[in-house]
Write a protein that binds this ligand. Structure first.
Ligand SMILES: Nc1ncnc2c1ncn2[C@@H]1O[C@H](COP(=O)(O)OP(=O)(O)OP(=O)(O)O)[C@@H](O)[C@H]1O
Length: 251
């Protein structure tokens, strides 16, 4: 199978503390890969390593490799802005900009130099449709995004990513702050987006991981203890620690 992202013996240190220990993981295109594990095991750190978000902190050091389409992303010559356009991220709490729905979506394309009104209109409609939000907001595109519900705000943040035509979507517990109905909509959306995008998602919700992911990685104390198809890991884990976690014996 093709590989979109590969981590090879990847380590990450916050100062003296090693948060990721020799991670080896192949992430497949147009697949949902879920990362699970107890609090503090390194899931978010790994997710943020995939578009070099950790570079924003000054005490971070990495070793080993992460490649995107076979190109090493930690090479000094890599354009980090271009990398984050290709590999976008959605956070636990929706974070729309304090501006209109329209301007939230047009923000990225404008930064990348698109000024034509007609073209921006098309991007806004396409992105909101792609995030299953268009029908709900098409009549109030110029109202503040912060007036949307939490679930709508999260879909807006996904639409904002789609507007810059990414290839990979990183999602850090995107539904954990949402009610069950909004969570269901985000899950449906993820299943739809997987047809076109590679998705890596951190979740604490095992049922959610079972419902939406094709590949599953179990992290423990900075190590990737188990990785494989979600069905195989869930029904027949190779490691005792995975089984203990899945059956609720710890975590
Ligand atoms: N900026 C930082 N500086 C120092 N240590 C950090 C920093 N961010 C995270 N850590 C530490 O790195 C380890 C991994 O944290 P990380 O947030 O990746 O875990 P996680 O598995 O995502 O946890 P959770 O499920 O609680 O979000 C933890 O021990 C954490 O305390």
């Amino acid at each position: 199978m093709d590989i979109k992202i590969a981590a090879e013996n990847f380590d990450l240190f916050y100062g003296d503390f090693q948060a990721l220990k020799s991670i080896n993981m192949k992430i497949y295109p147009k697949t949902v890969t879920a990362l699970i594990g107890p609090s503090g095991c390194g899931k978010t750190t790994f997710l943020r390593s995939l578009n070099r978000m950790n570079d924003l902190l000054d005490n971070v050091r990495t070793a080993g490799k992460i490649t995107l389409d076979n190109t090493e992303i930690y090479q000094p010559k890599v354009d980090v802005v271009a990398l984050r356009k290709r590999v976008g991220m959605v956070f636990q709490r929706p974070n729309p900009f304090p501006m209109s729905i329209y301007d939230n979506i047009a923000y990225g394309p404008r930064i990348h130099g698109i000024k034509d009104k007609q073209q921006l209109n098309e991007i806004v409609e396409r992105s909101l449709s792609g995030a299953a939000l268009w029908e709900e907001v098409k009549d109030r595109l110029h109202t503040p995004a912060l007036r949307l519900s939490g679930g709508q705000q999260q879909r807006l943040c996904i639409a904002r990513l789609l507007a810059v035509e990414p290839e990979v979507l990183l999602m850090d517990e995107p539904a954990s702050a949402l009610d069950p109905i909004s969570t269901g909509k985000i899950e449906d959306l993820i299943m739809e987006l997987k047809k076109d995008y590679t998705i890596v998602i951190v979740t604490h919700n095992m049922q959610q991981a079972a419902r939406i992911s094709g590949q599953l990685g179990f992290f423990l104390l900075g190590r990737l203890v188990e990785y494989g198809s979600t069905e195989a890991v869930m029904t027949n884990p190779a490691q005792q620690e995975t089984e203990d976690y899945l059956t609720g014996r710890f975590g």
